[in-house]
Structures are given as structure tokens and as C-alpha cells.
Design a protein around this ligand. Sequence first.
Ligand code: CDP
Ligand code: MG
Length: 136
Amino acid sequence: MSNIEQTLSIIKPDAVERNLDNEIKEMFTDKGFKIIKDKKIQITKAEAEQFYKVHETKPFYNDLCAYLSSGPIVVMILEKENAVLGNRELMGATKPEDAAEGTIRKKYGISIDKNSVHGSDSVENAKIEINFFFKD
Ligand code: CDP
Ligand code: MG
């Protein structure tokens, strides 16, 4: 039985700044993800705070929101069989030094905060995050 899902991916400021967006998109399409929608935008700190609300009690919350709003990002809806988990696997561990070979964060991540990509962590959150950036 097929289980086609959609998930939200963000190419973060550190990667967009290094012009890695096309290479990262290619890593997704090479793995069979369809990029259903994508746009390059810059969000405000208030929008980043809303997006990352689940982390609001964490010590890194303020820096994280300042960072995500610090420059252009590329937001994408990715679609594939089991896309949520597949995206998390292709992204790699949060800390680039812990990420497996062949993952985006291993290849391009700089540090735990500048780790190049965001990906939804569940089907439920994917729906919320897709709606956050692509309301229509
Ligand atoms: O992005 P991911 O789902 O792998 O990790 P998270 O635990 O949901 O944290 C969200 C983001 O916060 C991470 O991608 C990191 O950029 C940042 N973070 C941080 O700066 N310092 C930490 N100790 C943990 C996370
Ligand atoms: Mg997360």
C-alpha cells in the first residue's frame, strides 16, 4: 500500500547565503522527492517565533528565531512515499558532526545552529508547517 505524504522543508540562511539551494534541491529530487511548491522568502523575527513556538522554553529559542529571520530562506513542500521520515533521514542529525555520511547536514551543515535545513518531525506538524508558509 502506498503512503504518499507531504512535509515541509526549509533551506536555512547559512545554506542560501552560500548559494547551496539548488544543490540541496537536487539532493531531494535525486532521492525521489517531488518539490510541489517552493519560494524564497525572508521572515520576520515574530514569524520565526511563531514557527518555532514548540521550542519557546528552550535556552536556544531566541538565537534560533533571530537566526531563521536573519536572511533569505527557501521553503518547500516535498512529496514522496513516507516523506516525513524520509526527509528526516536525508537531513541527518541536528548536530552536523553527528550526521551520517550522505546526509545534507553532514555535507553542508556548519554547526548545530547553522545546520542548513529544517524538516517537519511528524505528519501532524508537517500539515501545520505547510499551512504556515503556504496558506492557499
Ligand atoms: O532541526 P531539528 O528538528 O533536527 O532539531 P530541533 O531539536 O527541533 O531544534 C530546532 C533547531 O534548533 C535545530 O535545527 C538547531 O538549528 C537549533 N538548535 C540549537 O541551536 N541548539 C540546540 N542545542 C538544539 C537545537
Ligand atoms: Mg525539530
